[in-house]
Design a protein around this ligand. Sequence first.
Ligand code: MRU
Length: 367
Amino acid sequence: MKQTTEPVKTIEWVILPAGGTCRIIDQTLLPTELRYIDIDDAEAMWEAIKMLRVRGAPAIGIAAAFGVYLGVRHSPAATIDAFIADVNRVAAYLATSRPTAVNLFWALDRVKQLVNTEAGLRIEDQAPAQSKIQNLKSKILNESIHMIAEDNAVCRAIGQHTVALINDGDGWLTHCNAGGLATAQWGTALAGFYMAAEQGKQVHVFADETRPLLQGARLTAWELQRAGIPVTLITDNMAAMVMSQGKVKGVIVGTDRVAANGDFANKIGTLGVSILAKEFGIPVYVAAPTSSIDMSLASGDLIPIEERKPDEVTHGFGRQTGPDGVGVFNPAFDVTPARYVTAFITEHGIAHAPFLNTLPKVMKAAP
Ligand code: MRU
């Protein structure tokens, strides 16, 4: 039977009587509450990204672009140069929210470049500075809104490539949440499952709970269950057992940043899952929009890894789970070496090893 429930929209631009606002799902409240919150300034967007109200690499890229608009929409700049300085200042501020997902920086650079190009084009223009600045503000907003449609198309394309790898009746395992909630709507790693369901293919997803912040349990299990896709939640330390019993035919995860050699960063625990999969002869696919590929980094050891507060580990389940004052190591991501990757699934096709040859090809296809 085909499933018809579309994934929820993670981020939207909404026009209210008081003006436009960026509406996001507050993902910290899932799975028990689906609440939308309106973000009206750059500071609130910074906080939403930092606190994981909006999270997942593609979604935080889009959020950051809206954040720039929100930060400059009331800019009192009187000259184009002053306005560009405002854009750069707000973008630099948003860039401090989270370090690992390259999509954040990709989106901020894209907005800065747009403003520079548009400002340059109008240099001979006789229009007063105020109307040019107004026009630049509209361009930033339109670009941010356009990123949503673009992300939907990218995720659907990744899903098309993925679904060809899924056989009827397969079990697959995923880690963290690279679903609709991590993007504008369709997800990267989960897009193939949505499309399999659309095509009437039965697929059973094992979702790692993903300690410490439980994105797999709170978000992946929630969104797949909501869509009617069979999902079984397991704790992270059950993945080996599930693989050893032949329950999964493939692993598919998302990524926050892929280096030029094919090493990739993703949610902490992905490295362990990838090593296990190799042991059990299970392929590991990485759903990677080209906006997550950072060709400026030669290898994964150059990817900045976010470390988060100890209390995410010591107070994980609404109660204290570690002794007072205990030392804690809490990296939010790990880096999986390219040798564990079967292929990257991008919107422009599937890249197999050797990645030094194949990643430039998919990047070339990107605009
Ligand atoms: O800390 P998070 O929840 O933002 O981490 C998200 C992930 O690690 C995702 O797998 C990654 O961003 C890819 S999302 C398509």
